[in-house]
Design a protein around this ligand. Structure first.
Ligand SMILES: [Fe+2]
Length: 294
């Protein structure tokens, strides 16, 4: 049953205010902190796209996937059948997310995720604290998430069969070092035209996520964000470049908690009537010199 988009992500930090500063000063997200010290970051009319919870360890927690109500109810049955359902959110947790209902589940590689329906919009217009910063979101979701997936084939099947994702591109890269295995990344689209909302990497990710992508409206938006990243002294872990499969021009940096963020522009939109999934053997048209931790 088809997921429509990536609605939100949850991150856990010992000090969530680090992400409030990052959101407001570097990325251009609008942010607020509540009485419990949780940070909400907005990119558009959604009440938040990033929720940073306080916890004893810095790490990525979960992606939150949106469905329609009928699809949601049907998917719950499938998740139960596959022994993937972990818990159902209570009223207070649903209110925190501004959703009608949600559940927590787990994919075959052990990544927890949330599935929800019925999210309300914020009554306040989104205004970036950074002049001119604008994001490509709305029905396309907040961007994309790349997850570690040691059970690569089973996890790819899971997202296709249970959550209705479609394959966009299967990328195989040569071994990064002699004696190392090839690297495989499967890119999947949800029920919107973004080339991929999810990708699955067959290797580890120390922070719990390989990276999160946020898409901006112009190359100037991206370049000015890179200036802000460098002015803050945050580590740039991939230079500017253009990806082969989704044509995104982007750079990557390390956010608090060691979470890699891709900031991009010009991502490919699919025509789902005519699109044929591809296989690639190179990740980039140009640029993207990678220096990821681990
Ligand atoms: Fe990406």
């Amino acid at each position: 049953m088809e997921v429509t988009s990536l609605g939100y992500v949850l991150i856990q930090m010992r000090d969530p205010s680090e992400w409030l500063d990052l959101g407001r000063e570097v990325l251009g997200f609008d942010g607020s902190t509540d009485a419990e010290g949780r940070v909400r970051l907005r990119m558009d009319e959604a009440p938040f796209r990033y929720l940073i919870l306080k916890g004893d360890e810095d790490r990525f927690l979960r992606a939150g996937w949106e469905q329609g109500e009928a699809e949601y109810n049907a998917t719950l049955e499938d998740l139960r059948r596959h022994d993937a359902l972990l818990s159902e959110g209570d009223a207070a947790e649903s209110e925190l997310r501004s959703v009608q209902a949600f559940v927590v589940a787990r994919d075959p590689s052990g990544n927890e995720f949330e599935l929800f329906y019925g999210r309300s919009k914020s009554s306040q217009a989104f205004v970036s604290p950074v002049a001119g910063a604008r994001f490509v979101t709305g029905s396309l979701g907040l961007g994309h998430v790349v997850l570690p997936a040691h059970e690569h084939a089973a996890t790819t099947d899971f997202y296709q069969q249970i959550l209705g994702f479609g394959m966009s591109d299967a990328l195989t890269l040569p071994p990064p070092a002699e004696g190392a295995p090839e690297m495989r990344i499967n890119f999947l689209h949800a029920g919107n035209t973004r080339h991929h909302s999810l990708a699955l990497f067959d290797g580890p990710a120390p922070s719990g996520v390989v990276h999160l992508m946020t898409e901006m409206h112009s190359l100037d938006n991206v370049g000015q964000c890179l200036d802000r990243v460098q002015a803050k002294g945050l580590p740039v872990v991939a230079t500017l470049g253009r990806h082969e499969n989704d044509r995104m021009v982007s750079f990557y940096f390390l956010a608090p908690g060691g979470i890699p963020i891709e900031v991009g522009y010009d991502g490919l939109l699919l025509n789902k009537e005519t699109f044929v999934p591809t296989t690639s053997t190179r990740g980039d048209v140009w640029g993207h010199v990678y220096d990821f931790p681990g």
